[in-house]
Design a protein around this ligand. Structure first.
Ligand SMILES: [Zn+2]
Length: 287
């Protein structure tokens, strides 16, 4: 059985045809410009592919509350052409198929829980650290929505006193995304993450902020596994530093089986950056 999958990002859209085994049969990447330009390309690609349903993991904020009058719409985004755009409605109209929706990070979390390193795990946090920071959260095997969806990239974390960098978040002067996203690294050090690989000071500070963000999520959500994806996390030297700092911050307040095995508790995404598109396919399967 084939399913359509869309990973709707702020800069690009990835559209794919996926087998229910998780095999990606075909994939297309389109720049995210305006709905008028981008949506017809998505619909053209999927319309004669014999897919049974379509799943979307979308950038946000996006209304994922099914009984809401604006369900399926992009909400308040700085990408003004997409503000209030009815993404699910446009796909339903264009393709005449059922459409499943969640956030990009919830989709990635679902992808890892179905095909990747979190198979069989019911309480999972998936965090992307790249252009922005976002978290997909599963509680008891279900993706968490609540009043809308979590926006854990904006949890407040304490800034290191000696850090003279400014938060890059326009809303908060000391939030996770503002202090630890890719753009915040670039703003603080004047270079992109991949150009700073050999600078130990950069990764010490970065891992401290990530560990603080994780600490808040560990204590609030009690996840059994934390998966870190996104461009910044391609800097794999961060993993041992983050694990060490989380252990220090927790200071044995908790002693669980999972925390005793840090190498399998805080792990990199396992699906070669296909976790989002595969999760979107699972949203289609579940619709
Ligand atoms: Zn913020």
């Amino acid at each position: 059985m084939l399913y359509g999958a869309i990973e709707a990002g702020g800069t690009k859209m990835v559209v794919a045809v996926v087998e229910d085994t998780g095999e990606i049969k075909e994939k297309l990447t389109i720049p995210t410009t305006t709905p008028e330009e981008t949506m017809p390309q998505i619909i053209d690609f999927l319309k004669d592919k014999a897919v049974k349903a379509v799943g979307v993991g979308s950038f946000g904020p996006v209304d994922v509350v099914e009984d809401s009058p604006t369900y399926g719409c992009i909400m308040n985004t700085p990408k003004l052409a997409w503000k209030n755009f009815d993404l699910v409605g446009a796909l339903k109209d264009g393709l005449g198929l059922p459409v499943g929706l969640d956030t990009d990070v919830n989709a990635a979390c679902l992808g890892e829980m179905t095909y990747g390193c979190a198979k069989g795990v019911k309480n999972v946090v998936y965090i992307t650290i790249g252009t922005g920071i976002g978290a997909g959260i599963a509680v008891d095997g279900k993706l968490l929505h609540g009043m809308m969806h979590p926006e854990a990239g904006h949890i407040i974390i304490p800034k290191r006193l000696a850090d003279r960098g400014q938060s890059v978040c326009p809303y908060h002067d000391s939030c996770f995304e503002g202090l630890a996203s890719g753009p915040s690294i670039e703003a603080r050090w004047g270079k992109k993450a991949y150009e700073l690989v050999d600078n130990q000071v950069v990764w010490e500070l970065e891992s401290e902020y990530i560990a603080k963000g994780l600490m808040n999520m560990i204590l609030t959500l009690s996840p059994q596994k934390i998966i870190l994806g996104g461009g910044v996390m391609h800097q794999t030297q961060l993993f041992p530093l983050i694990r060490e700092k989380v252990t220090e911050l927790l200071n044995h307040y908790y002693d669980t089986r999972e925390l005793a095995d840090m190498d399998n508790y805080i792990v990199p995404a396992s699906l070669n950056d296909n976790q989002g598109i595969l999760g979107a396919a699972v949203l289609a399967m579940n619709v």
